[in-house]
Design a protein around this ligand. Structure first.
Ligand code: F3S
Length: 249
């Protein structure tokens, strides 16, 4: 059965904008992204919105819905009362390009700083690499990330302190570091980078990132905290730190 949905959508660009009210006819079973598309098709043809798979796998359609970061394609309208206004705003942590589209280049720039996977010599006599199942599971958890950047959006270090973007890469990148750093076949050592460039010490374990991850990755417990421990071991064990410094020269 259809009904009229009250929507409030942020319209504007890098120079500023405002919330605009719309009423859109929607049907049972629709998700927020469907309502946005209906709005685009019927009343606001120039509304900018980024989306791709409509299946919660591409991470493109992240926005704040009634103040909470969500994938619009995975947020059913029946989460809200029919009389409730659904307010949609762009992710706040990144600069707005237009309407609901933000510039998330920061994340890709930070990703470029992470040294890639560097497998060592094969671990098996037959010339194949071998991994324990526990290591496979751990790396697979981190690789579930769809780069929706909702964790980056809610992390207060990035959200409330623009200047910290220079020194803290954020939870998404911590998971990228974790995926490589905890891979048993990898030979790169990223611990100095993690401390100095990625700023792992700026995370104060509020766990807001974990709460919003649509892939349910335990970002803090399984990723960031073990990384902090590795960095602490490397940096504050004087013999290990000296050895690493000598190896670098
Ligand atoms: Fe930010 Fe997550 Fe740490 S929200 S402060 S990276 S636990």
């Amino acid at each position: 059965m259809g009904y009229d949905l009250a929507m409030r959508v942020w319209r504007g660009d890098a120079d500023g904008g405002e919330l605009r009210d719309f009423t859109v006819e929607v049907e049972e079973g629709m998700v927020v992204l469907d309502a946005v598309h209906r709005l685009q098709a019927t009343q606001a043809n120039d509304l900018a919105v980024r989306w791709n798979c409509k299946a919660g796998k591409c991470g493109s359609c992240s926005a704040e819905v009634n103040g909470k970061p969500r994938l619009m394609c995975m947020t059913r309208l029946n989460l809200f009362d029919p009389g409730e206004t659904v307010t949609i705003t762009p992710l706040r942590t990144f600069p707005v390009v237009r309407d609901l589209v933000t510039d998330v280049a920061f994340n890709y720039e930070k990703a470029e700083e992470v040294p890639t996977f560097a497998p060592g010599r094969p671990t098996g006599d037959d010339g194949h690499h071998r991994m324990q199942q526990v290591d496979v599971d751990r790396v697979q958890e981190f690789r579930k990330c769809i780069e929706c950047f909702m964790c980056q959006n809610v992390c207060h270090v990035l959200r409330d302190h623009e200047d910290k973007k220079k020194v803290f890469a954020g939870p998404r990148l911590m998971i990228r570091y974790a995926e490589l750093e905890m891979h048993p076949l990898d030979t790169n050592d990223r611990r100095d980078l993690l401390r100095e460039e990625a700023g792992v010490g700026y995370c104060n374990i509020t766990k807001c990132c974990t709460d919003v991850c649509p892939e349910h990755i335990k970002i803090t417990d399984n990723g960031i905290i073990p990384l902090k421990e590795r960095v602490a071991d490397a940096s504050f064990d004087p013999i290990a730190a000296l050895g690493r410094r000598l190896r670098r020269h």
